[in-house]
Design a protein around this ligand. Structure first.
Ligand SMILES: *[C@@H]1O[C@H](CO)[C@@H](O)[C@H](O)[C@H]1NC(C)=O
Ligand SMILES: *[C@@H]1O[C@H](CO)[C@@H](O)[C@H](O)[C@H]1NC(C)=O
Length: 618
């Protein structure tokens, strides 16, 4: 990148520096920060800044709150800020009790700052001090630079901050360390007392800085981990008193990093995902509770079975693999669902029941722009109330499904800018009359009883169709046609499975380079496909000869023809790819050779699916 663009990067910050120069003392300037250590964690796209502060009261009045500030530019990405009282000493100290943090406004504060006040655990009188830890979590604060990359490029991002803590208090001694994902640093602002060591940049110690001291720093580095942002996530948590908690999550996911420019070659990506897709991500990991069951995962097209599941008694992990890798700016939509044992999430206290379950998404390091959590309670629940450990919007809805009379009450919670730190447990309390629980079974019993009575009535009435009547014959023939169609569909579906295996063998080839295995897969497929085509013939003939089947015959025949065509195209594609591989052609050349077939394959597959669907509805 040129010098010019680097200059542009730095300029954005300078105005902030100047605008604070005029505010030197204010708020309760009785406080001073005698020692500050800040750690900026840039190993994820969710940026976490942890500051340990040693606060002292240097004045005469008692002080009960501490003000922390962020430049507006950062504050608009702030997803969470929390403060803790650290009581221990030295290296052994652990994070202590959480302290209340509220937005803070004062005319004395500079305009371009956003401030919060932390309530101290006790009033500090003259000369007293205590240790605090402040955690600030930022979402989508890393700016891709350059903003666009092509498929083979690595992704570079920029992070801006100040080498000194931006504080309304004077600071005696302070240090800053910036942790990066790895040592590939494009550039960083060099100041007095600054150095880069491997994947870490250190600033300081700096001494005796006055309030609002600010010294902009810019770090420009390589970031090739998933930049996963859900523009919207709807989580539905459905409680059934029959022993299950069903969770369904609808994701609208986007790669939030540098936009892909130029063409995308899938083949290049498949041949070497690390160099031809460094900035993309091909899969995500969801960490689910240990006894999760009935997991499914689907997108707009249908079920996806390529996701992997593994687990032990502590957790279940699911690797979700979208149909295509996601590059910057690309989106995908998918749903996944799972069941949890009710007894681990539903409790009783003081005459009420309550659900105690995690709020956020189980997907690793995901930012959610808009998170909607719906808790669907059993029908007949009353006196609902909610307890969430952070601020959310909330309202109530009703969901009506089968067997419901009045519908199930639904608590809806909405949170913008959710990060993994929001994956805390929350509780929904409600009252429930056990008789309501019997309503559904009673309805079912009543339903079966009526059916039973109807059956008795039916068996005593004489609707008998004479076995020789034309309508009876027609029915028999129709049954036969349906059976034939079903057999035909089964065979076609088995052929489609073989097609998928052929495609999979190509992917395997690009991964392992094992041409022999690929050829073996082809041989197996060829012989199976031949078998199937033999089985299809008699079915078609039987359809054609049946008076009732004749009307469906053209569609069935079309299906068989299209599948055959699809087969031929796939086999051509297979041969071309294997051939190109043996001749060591480049990814692009191979793709050019495959492209006309690929187009036809996609179109044919759609036609086959449509025909299958049509026949399904017969
Ligand atoms: C998808 O998978 C789920 C669970 O395995 C199954 O219940 C459902 O019928 C499947 N849907 C389709 C369209 O195959
Ligand atoms: C909810 O569950 C968490 C984790 O299992 C537990 O620590 C917490 O005490 C529970 N909350 C309530 C109100 O029972």
């Amino acid at each position: 990148m040129g010098i010019g663009s680097k200059m542009k990067l730095d300029l954005g910050l300078l105005f902030i520096l100047f605008s604070f120069a005029f505010f030197s003392s204010l708020v309760s300037s009785d406080l001073i920060l005698s020692k500050v250590d800040r750690r900026i964690d840039l190993t994820s796209h969710i940026v976490r800044i942890t500051s340990t502060l040693k606060v002292e009261n240097d004045g005469n009045d008692e002080v009960s709150e501490l003000v922390i500030t962020f430049p507006d530019q950062q504050a608009k990405h702030l997803a969470l800020v929390s403060a803790y009282h650290n009581e221990g000493r030295g290296k052994t100290k652990s994070r202590g009790a959480s302290l209340p943090v509220k937005p803070f406004q004062s005319v004395e504060m500079p305009q371009s700052l956003t401030s919060y006040s932390v309530s101290l655990p006790k009033k500090l009188s003259k000369g007293e001090g205590l240790n605090l830890e402040v955690l600030a979590v930022f979402a989508q604060i890393l700016k891709p630079f350059p903003e666009q990359v092509s498929q083979g490029d690595f992704q570079l991002v920029v992070f801006q901050d100040s080498a000194y803590i931006l504080s309304p208090y004077a600071v005696k001694v302070q240090t800053l360390s910036v942790k990066l994902p790895d040592a590939r640093i494009e550039s960083y602002t060099k100041l007095e007392n600054s150095k880069a060591q491997g994947s870490e940049i250190k600033y300081g110690p700096y001494e005796n800085k006055s309030p609002f001291s600010y010294s902009p720093i810019v770090v420009h580095y390589e970031y090739n981990k998933p930049y996963t942002v859900a523009q919207k996530l709807v989580r539905e948590i459905e409680i059934s008193h029959w022993g299950n908690v069903q969770i369904t999550e609808h994701y609208n996911l986007v790669h939030g990093g540098a936009i892909l420019k130029g063409e995308f070659s899938r083949l290049d990506y498949q041949m070497s995902p690390h160099t031809k897709g460094a900035s993309a991500f091909g899969w995500l990991v969801a960490k689910l509770p240990p006894r999760t069951h009935s997991i499914y995962y689907r997108d707009e097209i249908g079920n996806i079975s390529t996701s992997n599941l593994w687990g032990n008694s502590i957790k279940t992990e699911l690797a979700i693999e979208p149909r295509f890798p996601l590059f910057g700016g690309w989106k995908t939509f998918f749903t996944f669902g799972y069941g949890l044992p009710l007894m681990e999430y539903l409790f009783e206290a003081e005459g009420k029941r309550f659900v105690n379950i995690s709020f956020g998404s189980p997907i690793d390091e995901l930012v959610v722009n808009e998170l909607i959590v719906k808790v669907v309670l059993p029908e007949g629940s009353t006196d609902l109330s909610v307890s969430v450990p952070f601020e959310v919007e909330q309202w109530q809805e009703t969901k009506v499904s089968h067997l419901d009379i009045s519908g199930r009450p639904v608590i809806v919670l909405r949170k913008v800018n959710a990060v993994p730190e929001h994956n805390q447990n929350f509780q929904v309390y409600y009252k429930f009359n056990c008789l309501s629980l019997l309503r559904e079974p009673l309805m079912l019993i009543l339903g079966f009883f009526s059916l039973f009575v109807a059956c008795i009535a039916y068996s005593h009435a004489d609707f008998s169709i004479s076995k020789s009547s034309t309508s009876y014959l027609a029915k028999l023939q129709w049954d036969e046609v349906q059976t034939t169609i079903q057999q035909l569909e089964n065979i076609i579906n088995r052929c489609l499975t073989i097609h998928d295996k052929l495609e999979a063998s190509l992917r395997e080839l690009s991964r392992t380079g094992n041409v022999q295995a690929c050829k073996t897969a082809r041989k197996t497929s060829d012989s199976l496909l031949k078998e199937f085509s033999k089985e299809l013939k008699p079915l078609l003939i039987s359809l054609q000869s049946s008076p009732q089947g004749a009307q469906i015959f053209p569609k069935a025949e079309e299906l068989v023809t299209k599948e055959r065509e699809l087969q031929e195209r796939l086999i051509s594609k297979h041969s071309i790819v294997v051939d190109s591989y043996e001749k060591k052609l480049s990814g692009r050349d191979t793709e050019n050779r495959v492209a006309p077939h690929q187009q036809k394959i996609t179109a044919l597959r759609k036609e086959v699916d449509d025909l299958l669907e049509y026949l399904d509805e017969i």
